[in-house]
Design a protein around this ligand. Structure first.
Ligand code: UPG
Ligand code: MN
Length: 423
């Protein structure tokens, strides 16, 4: 009998375990034909583990302190590579013929079983640097030999970003030159946390998206706020509410939220981005999710209408040190070892609010700076006649990828506004 295939994910603590639960339910909702397997560490509390084990088809404990394992032995010297090496354990799942690894912060919103027809290594470009692949979704073939090579490689060269993505991209360094089968369209790993500069493409392909990735410091299960694509967050919460919330044990680490605390806000730039109707069944969108998305009913659910409301007063406003388009979260990623969970929760919370602010400010920067420019007397802009475009028209033009680059939105003006908004 031939071996089965499996989706594989990883959780080293209760927060990521919640993500993994939502992910597993999303895979069942889209009726995958393949197994669903989780790798976990003892950072997951027993009650959460029970939930994982009753939701996933199978699970594997990876004990980072178990010195019988060569990788773990080596880890004692290289604690920085902790979670990275844990992720590599997926290659040891040789009970499967082929696997697709999914980060615990991904969500499968349409059946994507065709991924198992792809060879190792298959992945989508990283949104921050498309010459590298993003390691949140990748096709691989379990093999002890590959595992050992990866471990040796990792020990020798480390990871240029401190995480598995850097290590895997160094190991599979010819990925970009491989044939087209190895490169996934972005609909298999659409990052729901970056501000897209190509809104027209997003609008064109948004309704074909199959896998969403909540990459970066903000995760749906953490306190914080929505990202520039609230419609996708709404999908995550729809599954969380329906399948997970009632099952999450009360002794879970209190840093992780109940979704009722999720601030009901949307972001202006996405005001014309159509919400995706989950699983072709508009009636299953809970009314709270519709409210979150600014929609009154699923039938006229073509536009997100709610204006931005003020940030919740309990979110501390810290001076940000995060780059504007923050698609990676190496700090949070690296520091979340099970031994320092409590400490890190605090720091990731403030990182989170920084990022929220940053994304919000960038979002309004991109859309609003163009619109507000003409009002700035300090900028050297040709004052146009009163018949010029209205703010709404200019916003629309931006969202459709048609800014007035010859006039008000000229390079110099945008530069000035960006510098101004950053200073
Ligand atoms: O404390 C942690 C941190 C991570 N993970 C697992 O590892 C994955 C990757 O971490 P994540 O926080 O999702 O990283 P991203 O924000 O997605 O950042 C990028 O950078 C990471 C480090 O290189 C890569 O693993 C990701 O695939 C890549 O998208 C998670 O989804 C989990 O499955 C844990 O279980 N515990
Ligand atoms: Mn991720």
């Amino acid at each position: 009998m031939s071996k089965p295939n499996a989706w594989v994910t990883l959780a080293t603590n209760d927060g990521y375990a919640i993500g993994a639960l939502v992910l597993a339910h999303s895979l069942r909702k889209v009726a995958t034909a393949h197994k669903i397997h989780i790798i976990y560490t003892d950072g997951v509390t027993p009650n959460m583990l029970h939930q994982l084990q009753s939701t996933f088809d199978d699970s594997t404990l990876v004990d980072v302190l178990d010195s019988k394992d060569e990788a773990n032995l080596a880890l004692i010297q290289r604690p920085d590579l902790g979670v990275t090496f844990t992720k590599l354990h997926c290659w040891l799942l040789t009970q499967y013929a082929k696997c697709v690894f999914l980060d615990a912060d991904t969500l499968v919103i349409r059946n994507a079983d065709e991924l198992f027809e792809r060879p190792e290594i298959t992945a989508a470009p990283d949104m921050g640097w498309p010459d590298y692949f993003n390691s949140g979704v990748f096709v691989f073939e379990p093999s002890e030999e590959t595992y050992h090579k990866l471990v040796q490689f990792g020990l020798q060269y480390g990871s240029f970003d401190g995480g598995d993505q850097g290590l895997l991209n160094l190991f599979f360094s010819n990925w970009r030159e491989l044939d087209a089968r190895h490169r996934l369209p972005l609909i298999y790993n659409l990052c729901a946390s970056v501000v897209y500069t190509y809104m027209a493409a997003l609008k064109r392909h948004g309704d074909q998206v199959k896998i969403v990735h909540f990459l970066g410091a903000q995760k749906p299960w953490l306190k914080g706020g929505p990202t520039p694509l609230p419609a996708f967050w709404a999908l995550w919460f729809a599954i969380y509410d329906e399948k997970v919330r009632g099952t999450v044990p009360s002794d879970i680490n209190p840093a992780y939220i109940d979704s009722t605390e999720f601030p009901l806000r949307t972001i202006p730039l996405s005001s014309s981005f159509p919400i995706l109707v989950p699983f072709d069944k508009p009636e299953i969108i809970p009314s709270r999710v519709l409210a979150m998305s600014g929609l009154s009913s699923a039938s006229n659910a073509s536009r997100v209408l709610t204006p931005l409301s003020p940030p919740p007063s309990n979110v501390p406003i810290a001076k940000s040190t995060i780059p504007i388009i923050s698609t990676q979260s190496p700090h949070v990623y690296k520091t979340k070892s099970s031994s320092s969970v409590a400490k890190v929760d605090e720091s990731s919370k403030s990182l989170l609010s920084d990022t929220t602010k940053e994304i919000e400010s960038l979002t309004s920067t991109v859309a609003d700076l163009a619109i507000n420019l003409s009002a700035e007397s300090t900028l050297t802009i040709e004052k146009s006649s009163e018949e010029g475009p209205t703010s709404d028209e200019r916003r629309q033009a931006w969202e459709q990828g048609r800014p007035d680059y010859q006039g008000r939105d000229a390079f110099e003006n945008i530069m000035k506004a960006i510098e101004k908004s950053l200073s």
